[in-house]
Unconditional design. Structure first.
Length: 345
């Protein structure tokens, strides 16, 4: 059975979505939409897609698609989700899910009310190294986890492809931060507290371009999430995330160049967990391209009732809450209890 989809937002990252959809045999993207007609037409023509629209509501009403893939930036997500929810079975929305908790909660309510599924395009947990780590944790190789560190540090010029990143006032926590918050909830467990320090290192960037967050998890584990867009490394190391996860039976060390060392009761072993380079991709972006394919294959499994959305909109509201709470923790130099923080809003 072929699933018919439409895509909204023909910008920088949508190219990965469209290459990945083209790789999945039982998916057909029948139309794309962008406010900018030239972009919509150029994208449709590049990917052999029949129709290009400039009005997302018109496209969704006309095409009645099985799924809608939203690849716009956060400000438009709530409006688009509320518009499309009654017309489709699955809504896929890029991160950040929204800029505010109220918008994110409204998106969950709109999809619940329409009886449609909301899946957030959160692809870091779908990167090959993290799928491998999740499998080992689930198999009990590390035992009970008590410490983790996820680190994303580089000085690659992201601003060339995504100029808005240099302009937004809330940058690193709402960009890479969301990915790291999702990773630590996914691999270590639910978060209960956090503290945060932010830094603005690059004078040409408006928002914070570095942060260090300490997360307390239900069950007692601690994780440290650190990110910098101004770490002078040669080569730059973008877009790799490194990790260190300790449990009472063993430790996993995911180093640069995708070397994963597993320390266990019988010694240590190092594995190569580098992602394959997609036919349409190239290094060093392959870890991203491969994760988009894995994520979108998961979206098909959700459409076919073979999987629950990972992460769902409802799950991702808490990830967004962590990023928003982190700004307050940094400003007040305090530790935030996430449940109390959310209740107080
Ligand atoms: N998951 C990842 O690894 C990853 C990586 C990069 C970007 N992103 C996310 O992807 C999203 C898009 O980022 P980008 O860099 O491609 O942005 P972009 O600005 O290049 O593209 C967004 C496009 O959406 C269009 N658009 C906006 N509102 C619209 C509407 N209502 N109807 C139709 N089109 C509309 C714009 O005209 C633009 O062409 C962001 O939320 C970003 O955070 C995710």
């Amino acid at each position: 059975m072929t699933h018919l989809g439409v895509l909204i937002g023909c910008g920088f990252f949508a190219t990965n979505h469209l290459h990945a959809w083209a790789e999945i045999p039982n998916v057909d993207i029948v139309a794309v939409c962008d406010l900018d007609e030239k972009k919509a037409r150029a994208t449709a023509s590049r990917f052999g897609i029949e129709k290009a629209y400039t009005d997302a509501a018109e496209m969704v009403a006309a095409e009645a698609p099985d799924f809608v893939d939203i690849a716009t930036t956060a400000a438009s997500h709530r409006t688009l989700v509320e518009m499309a929810a009654p017309h489709t079975r699955l809504l896929i929305c890029q991160k950040p899910m929204a800029n505010t908790l109220a918008d994110a909660e409204a998106m969950v309510a709109a999809t619940d009310q329409a009886g449609t599924t909301l899946l957030i395009h959160e692809n870091f947990r779908w990167q090959r190294p993290f799928q491998e780590i999740a499998r080992r944790i689930a198999a009990g190789e590390l035992g009970n986890i008590h410490f983790a560190r996820f680190s994303f540090r580089h000085s690659y010029d992201n601003y060339a492809n995504q100029p808005y990143l240099a302009q937004i006032e809330r940058f690193a926590l709402m960009d890479v931060g969301l990915h790291l918050f999702d990773l630590t909830r996914h691999l270590v467990g639910e978060a209960t507290t956090l503290s945060c320090r932010t830094q603005r290192l690059n004078p040409d960037v408006n928002g914070e371009d570095a942060f260090t967050v300490i997360v307390g998890h239900a069950g007692g584990a601690t994780s440290v999430l650190d990110c910098s867009f101004f770490s002078k490394l040669t080569p730059h190391r973008f877009p790799q995330t490194t990790a260190w996860i300790e449990g009472d039976r063993g430790t996993i060390d995911l180093d640069e160049e995708y070397r994963m060392t597993v320390h266990g009761p019988s010694g240590r072993k190092t594995y190569d967990v580098e992602a394959a380079v997609p036919g349409w991709g190239e290094k060093p972006w392959h870890v991203v391209g491969d994760s988009v394919v894995a994520f979108q294959r998961h979206a098909v499994a959700v459409l076919e009732g073979r999987a629950e959305p990972r992460p769902s909109g409802a799950h991702n509201v808490k990830t967004l809450a962590m990023a928003l709470a982190a700004y307050e923790a940094a400003a007040a130099n305090t530790v935030i209890d996430l449940d109390r923080w959310k209740e107080a809003r």
